[in-house]
Design a protein around this ligand. Sequence first.
Ligand code: DGY
Length: 321
Amino acid sequence: MKKPVIYVCRKLPESLLEPYADRFTFRMWNREDSPVPRDVFLSESKQADGLITMLTEKLDAAFFEINPQLNIIANLAVGYDNIDIRAAKDCNVTVTNTPDVLSETTADLTFALLMATARRIVEASEVIKQDEWKVWSPFFLAGNDIHHRTIGIVGMGRIGETVAKRARGFDMQVLYHNRTRKPEAEKQIPATYVELDDLLRQSDFVVSLIPATQETKGMFNKAAFEKMKRDAIFINASRGAVVNEADLVEALQSGVIKACGLDVFENEPIGSDHPLVALKNVVCLPHIGSASWQTRKDMIQLCLDNLDGYFYGNGAKTPVE
Ligand code: DGY
C-alpha cells in the first residue's frame, strides 16, 4: 500500500512525527505560531489522504465537496465546531477529536480562571506593577469567597466532571445541567442535576463547559444573566459562540452580574480594544485551556494514533460520532 499523505496544518515537533515516518508521508505547514494560509491549505488538502487540523481551520460543506479523496481529519482539539460534521459524514470522511487527554489540564485552567476572577488576582498584580499599593485597608481588593459556595456547571462532560471534583476540594456545592443526566457523577462527586434556570438562579459561579452548536449559540444572553445572582461570577472555558458578548458587557457594566472570567471569545483572537478587556471585573485569557506542554504533546499523539488506527489498525481511536 502506498503511504498515505497527511497534511499537518501547523508545525509540530518532528520527534512526535518521526516514529510514523515509515507509515505516512507528512507534509507540514512551516510555522507553529501562525495558521496555514487558506490557499496553501486548500491546495495541500487536495493532495492529502488525511489532515491534522487545528481549530483555526474551517472545514465546511464546500471543502468536503472539493476533496473527495480525503479519508480522515484528525482535529487537534476536543471541540470540533470548526468542522461541518454532517458534511464530513455525507462525504464519508472520519473526523476525530482529542477527548480525555486534556480533561485534567483544562479543568485546572478553568478552576484557576474561576479563582483568579473571584479573588481579583490579575487586578491585584496590576496594582503593584502600576505602583498603586499605598496602604493596607480592610476592603482593599476584597473579592468573593470560593469555598463553601455553589458552583453550577453547564455541560457536564469529562471536563465538567473534572472541574466538579476540584470544586469539591473547596467544599463547594456542585449543581450541574446537561443534556443527559450523569447518575454516576451525581453519586461520586456528589453533584445535583438541576434545570438550567434553577442553576442560573442558585449558583455563585456559573461555569460554561458546553460545546458550541446551533442549539447552544448565544445561550448566555441578557435573559440568562438576569436570572443569575447579582454577585454571581460567570466563567466560560468552552467556546465563545455560546455567549452573547454584547449582553455580557452590558450585564457586567450595569451590575447584573459581578464579574466574569473568559478563556474563549466569539471571534478569536481578540485585542486590547475588545470591550470586555476594558472592564476591571473581567479576566481574559487567550484560549489556553489545554495549553500545557505534556497535554499538547498528548493531544498530538492522539491525533497520530487516530490516523494510524484508521489506516493500519482497527479504526480511529476517538472518532466524533
Ligand atoms: C479544545 O480542545 O477544544 C480546545 O479549545 C483547544 O485546545
